[in-house]
Design a protein around this ligand. Structure first.
Ligand code: PCA
Length: 224
């Protein structure tokens, strides 16, 4: 589709995860829940995903079929990280250090045995990080979404949306105060604000209001 057709965009689907492991709260969904219903004229649809291999991505596929979003941003918790980390890529591998919320614990299996090793996010990850720093929020492009459920969701999301006119990717967020001992934290309100900035950036890039120049094209990336 012609890039200039996006002026009236758009619908944004944004997801967070339920709690998992030792935690009783997952700041990703808590932040998503607090987001406004509309950002820059774009409708924001907020959903929660289970921390279960297979099921999370299946539910995401149903949501995409139901809402026909122009942009899909999934979010999850990455305990230990200090800032907001848009993920550059999903990797075709599942390796679970802890069981998921149904007791599944895959060890080294491919997500898609016929799929390529990496799939690159189509979100403007570098521009998002620039905008977050402009707002005084610590952020960094991440080069690994791990090998747990978040990475599987990202890898399969990019498979669902690849070749279609949907911008898609994943953002990890840190712990909030009171969660895990000794982990860096960010206030929930700041995480929410950060996700709003990321959504606004994606919408404006999609509409052609913001030009991204710094993203490495996928073809070039594979030769690095
Ligand atoms: N974080 C986990 C799964 C759910 C979540 O919020 C991950 O990084 O895989």
């Amino acid at each position: 589709m012609n890039e200039n057709n996006h002026t009236d965009c758009c619908t944004v689907l944004i997801t967070g995860f339920e709690p998992f492991g030792e935690d009783t709260i997952n700041p990703s969904y808590e932040a998503v829940r607090l987001m406004p219903e509309e950002i820059c004229g774009a409708a924001i649809i907020k959903e929660r995903l289970p921390v279960v291999f297979g099921e999370a991505a299946d539910q995401l596929q149903s949501m995409i079929n139901r809402y026909h979003p122009d942009i899909v941003i999934c979010t999850g918790l990455a305990g230990g990280r200090k800032g907001i980390t848009p993920e550059l890529l999903g990797r075709n591998r599942m390796e679970a250090r802890i069981p998921d919320n149904r007791g599944n614990q895959p060890q080294g299996a491919a997500i898609d045995k016929d799929g390529r090793e990496d799939r690159i996010s189509t979100l403007p990850v570098h521009t998002m990080v620039d905008r977050l720093w402009d707002a005084g929020i610590p952020a960094e492009v991440s080069h690994s979404a791990g090998t747990f459920v978040c990475n599987e969701v990202l890898y399969r999301l990019l498979g669902m949306t690849g070749g279609r006119d949907i911008m898609a990717g994943f953002i990890h967020v840190p712990c909030i105060p009171g969660m895990q001992d000794d982990q860096p934290t960010m206030e929930l309100q700041e995480i929410t604000r950060a996700l709003e900035i990321c959504v606004e950036t994606a919408v404006r890039v999609r509409r052609g209001e913001v030009i991204i120049t710094e993203r490495v094209p996928e073809e070039d990336f594979t030769t690095l």
